[in-house]
Design a protein. Structure first.
Length: 477
C-alpha cells in the first residue's frame, strides 16, 4: 500500500500524520527543515529556548484543546497574558485601559480620538458604506485618529503594503467584535460573559516552548509507523489525469527522488505547489499562482541579562524603529530561560525578499536589534550575552485586495485532483491560527478515511477566529 505523502511537518502536517497513523494508515512526512514544528518550532541554543516569535495557545475547539492536554499532560501551563503597545515612547496596555490610554496620549488627544470615533459613526449612519480595505474596516470601528495611532504603522510593518491595499476580511478575522466602545466597556466593567478573543487575558502554553507540542505529535506518528524525512525539499509533483502520482524531492547533494503516494497533503506555500506541477497547469492558473505573495520573517534571537520587561510580547507601533514585535520567553515559561538570571528574546522584523533588511548580514541585524531596543529603553546593548538570526521565507500569506479571485482560480483547478488537499496557513493561503491549522490537518486526514469535510470552510466564520473563552487548565508557571 502506498503511503499518504504529507508536505511540511508544521501544525497542519503533523496533525494529519497523527490522525492517519492513529488509524493505521502509512504516512511519509517530508520536511525541508532539520526539525519539526514549522513556524511553531522551538529553537534550542545552549540552555535557552526560542520560539519563532510568540505563540499563544488559545482555542474554543474542544478537540484541539483535548489534543494539547492529552499530549502535553502536566507540561501544559496556564499563562497570564500581558501585552502592550509601544507608541510615542510610551507603553499602552492591550487591551486598552482607559486611564493608561488617557494619560499616555494626553487629554486633548483622547478627546480627539472620541470625537473622531463619533463623527465616523454619524457619517456611517447617514451614508453607510461596506468596508473594502483593512483601513476602511478599522476606521469604521475605531475612528480615523485611533486607527492612525494604534493600527496603521504596525500593520504596515507586518505586511509591507498600505492598509488601503489589505482586504477588510483580515481585519474581520483578527479583531471581529472589538470596537472603541467594546474595548472601553471591557476595560471599565470587566464583563464576565462571552469574551472577545482579542481581549482574552490568559492562555495555555507548553512548558518547553511551542515546539514541544509538535515534537510530541511527531513522536506519536513515528511510534505508530509513520516516517518523517527531515532536510528534504519538495520541488514539485507529477500527476496523471485526476491524480497526483509522486512528490519530487530534492536532496542536499542536488539529486532528486520521486516519492510515490496514494494521496498528497501539502502545507507548503500553495503557489510553490502549483508552479511545481508536472505537467504544468494552464497559463491562467500559473498566473494566479504567481500573483500570490508571501511575507518573510526575520527573528533576531537574543539572550540578555535580567528580565527586561514583564510582557509576553510587545507590539511596536513606533515609526522610529523597524522592529514590529518583541517576545520574552521567560514570561511564557521560566523553563525556557537558562539559569543565572538570563532571558531569551526574539526581536521580529517582517520583509519581502527584495527588501534591504533581508540581505543584511547577521552582525548588522544584531546591531540593529540592540540599537532599537536601546532606543525603546528596553535594554542596553551590553546586556546582550548571545544572539543569532533565524530567517523564515514565505512565512505569512499577504491578503491584499484582489487575492480572492486568484485563489478562486487555483481552488477550481485543484478540485480536479481527487487525492490532493492543501492544508494549513501557507498551503491554503489563509492567515489562520495554530488551532485552525491543526483542524485543517485533522479534517483532511479524515477525508482520506472516508469523510467528506470541506477543509476550506475551516475559519470561514471569523467569529470562530476571534471569539470564545479560554478552556480551563491547571495553573502552573
Amino acid at each position: 500500500m502506498k503511503p499518504v505523502v504529507i508536505i511540511g511537518a508544521g501544525p497542519s502536517g503533523l496533525a494529519a500524520a497523527y490522525e492517519l497513523t492513529k488509524n493505521n494508515i502509512p504516512v511519509v512526512v517530508i520536511e525541508q527543515l532539520s526539525q519539526v514544528g514549522g513556524l511553531s518550532r522551538t529553537l534550542v541554543r545552549g540552555e535557552a529556548r526560542y520560539d519563532i516569535g510568540p505563540h499563544r495557545f488559545f482555542t474554543k475547539n474542544d478537540e484541539v484543546f483535548g489534543l494539547w492536554k492529552d499530549l502535553l499532560k502536566e507540561d501544559l501551563l496556564s499563562v497570564p497574558r500581558l501585552t502592550r503597545i509601544f507608541y510615542n515612547n510610551k507603553f499602552f496596555y492591550y487591551p486598552l485601559a482607559p486611564m493608561n490610554a488617557l494619560f499616555g496620549v494626553g487629554p486633548l488627544a483622547a478627546i480627539g480620538i472620541f470625537f473622531s470615533y463619533f463623527t465616523t459613526r454619524i457619517k456611517e449612519r447617514i451614508t453607510p458604506v461596506d468596508p473594502v480595505s483593512f483601513e476602511d474596516w478599522v476606521v469604521s470601528q475605531f475612528g480615523r485618529r485611533l486607527f492612525e495611532i494604534f493600527f496603521k504603522t504596525y500593520t504596515e510593518k507586518v505586511w509591507g503594503i498600505p492598509c488601503t491595499k489589505i482586504g477588510a476580511e483580515w481585519a474581520g478575522q483578527r479583531i471581529k467584535g472589538l470596537s472603541l466602545m467594546s474595548a472601553a466597556v471591557n476595560a471599565v466593567f470587566k464583563p464576565q460573559g462571552k469574551k472577545i478573543k482579542t481581549l482574552v487575558d490568559e492562555f495555555v502554553f507548553p512548558r518547553l516552548g511551542a515546539g514541544m507540542f509538535y515534537e510530541r505529535m511527531a513522536d506519536y506518528a513515528l511510534a505508530n509507523g509513520g516516517q518523517i524525512l527531515l532536510n528534504q525539499h519538495v520541488t514539485g509533483f507529477r500527476h496523471e489525469g485526476n491524480k497526483l502520482i509522486a512528490a519530487v524531492v530534492r536532496h542536499a547533494d542536488g539529486s532528486s527522488t520521486d516519492i510515490e503516494g496514494s494521496a498528497f497533503l501539502t502545507s507548503a506555500p500553495l503557489s510553490d505547489g502549483i508552479l511545481g506541477l508536472n505537467p504544468l497547469p494552464p497559463a491562467e492558473v500559473l498566473e494566479a499562482a504567481r500573483g500570490l505573495r508571501y511575507r518573510s520573517h526575520l527573528g533576531v534571537d537574543l539572550l540578555v541579562e535580567g528580565n527586561p520587561f514583564p510582557d509576553n510580547w510587545i507590539y511596536v507601533h513606533a515609526r522610529e524603529v523597524n522592529l514590529a514585535r518583541v517576545a520574552n520567553y521567560r514570561n511564557f515559561s521560566s523553563a525556557m530561560a537558562p539559569p543565572g538570571g538570563l532571558t531569551p528574546l526574539t526581536v521580529e522584523y517582517f520583509c519581502f525578499k527584495d527588501d534591504g533588511i533581508w540581505s543584511r548580514d547577521d552582525e548588522d541585524l544584531m546591531k540593529l536589534a540592540k540599537s532599537e531596543l536601546q532606543r525603546m529603553k528596553i535594554l542596553q546593548p551590553e546586556q546582550v550575552r548571545d544572539g543569532f538570526i533565524m530567517c523564515n521565507e514565505k512565512a505569512y500569506p499577504v491578503l491584499e485586495i484582489g487575492y480572492e479571485s486568484r485563489m478562486e482560480t487555483l481552488k477550481q483547478y485543484i478540485a480536479r485532483f481527487d487525492n490532493f488537499q492543501p492544508i494549513g496557513r501557507s498551503g491554503m493561503f489563509k492567515y489562520n491560527n495554530m488551532d485552525h491549522a491543526i483542524v485543517t490537518g485533522l479534517l483532511a486526514a479524515r477525508n482520506l478515511l472516508g469523510s467528506k469535510y470541506d477543509v476550506w470552510s475551516v475559519n470561514i466564520d471569523a467569529e470562530y477566529h476571534e471569539s470564545g473563552q479560554a478552556l480551563p487548565v491547571e495553573k502552573s508557571h
